[in-house]
Design a protein around this ligand. Structure first.
Ligand code: 1GP
Length: 256
């Protein structure tokens, strides 16, 4: 299988340039209680730019079947957000090749990558090199517990900025500021601003974003990609998803 290199990454950066930011919805195969078909269709209709699929654990959900089903229902890109090596699948468009740079656990900095790189190559999957930073959000998150790494304290934006700059200098393509799925507190806006002021690769952020106002403020603060997952597991009508998409898309589409 061969795909155009950086196709999905270029799609995302083009969204950032043309619409101000990109809006991704996270689908955790473990947390699918409603109809995936109807949810996927609602997202496509509401102006979502793509899907992240993954989770820290795989308790019951079928990761690959979920990817296949989303791909059969929409033309939007499906990007794997891997919680483990067995979430690598050739059916997706791309994969966030995440290195947990807020932590000091070598397995999550480079170990898992060595194991998964040949698989990614064999599948022809587009890896998007991503510096992944856990940000303290009030409670211990699954990612924090599983990875055995401490998050960046929320009152230390300068640590986040320096870490993001290191990611940029290492050649990473995105920097992910993560409060954790279902977090009670999102990544602080001040931290997003500090990272934006210091480094020039796009910022992706998520964790605990529950209303369009917060999503819009993330973009104003400098986020290029906003992710919502948990909130739509509870309420997911097309109108609400559209409000989020419009809040993230700070620029109107040009009718050329
Ligand atoms: C989690 O950033 C994502 O990895 C999304 O978080 O599920 O809280 O929206 P939520």
């Amino acid at each position: 299988m061969s795909r155009k290199p950086l196709k999905t990454y270029n799609y995302l950066t083009e969204k950032i340039v043309k619409r101000g930011a990109a809006f991704l919805v996270l689908i955790d195969p473990d947390k699918q209680n409603g109809s995936l078909k109807s949810f996927t269709e609602k997202c496509a209709e509401a102006g979502v730019d793509g899907f992240l699929v993954g989770g820290s654990l795989m308790m019951s959900g079928n990761h690959e079947e979920t990817i296949k089903e989303i791909k059969s229902l929409s033309n939007l890109p499906v990007i794997i957000f891997p919680g483990s090596i067995n979430q690598v699948s050739g059916y997706a468009d791309a994969l966030l090749f995440i290195s947990l740079i807020s932590g000091r656990n070598p397995e999550h900095l480079i170990g898992k990558h060595v194991m998964s790189a040949p698989l990614i190559k064999n599948y022809g999957l587009e890896p998007i090199s991503t510096g992944y930073m856990l940000i303290e959000s009030g409670v211990k998150t699954t990612a924090e517990y599983i990875s055995g790494s401490a998050p960046i304290p929320r009152n230390k934006p300068e640590i986040a900025a320096a870490t993001a700059l290191a990611a940029e200098y290492l050649g990473m393509k995105l920097v992910y500021l993560e409060a954790g799925s279902g977090a009670t507190q999102t990544v602080p806006f001040e931290m997003v601003k500090a990272v934006k002021a210091y480094c020039s690769i796009p910022i992706i952020t998520g964790g605990g974003i529950r209303n369009p106002e917060t999503a819009a403020k993330m973009v104003e603060s400098g986020a290029g990609i906003v992710v919502v997952g948990n909130h739509f597991e509870k309420v997911s009508d097309t109108g609400l998803i559209r409000e989020f998409a419009e809040a993230v898309h700070s620029k109107e589409p040009k009718n050329i």
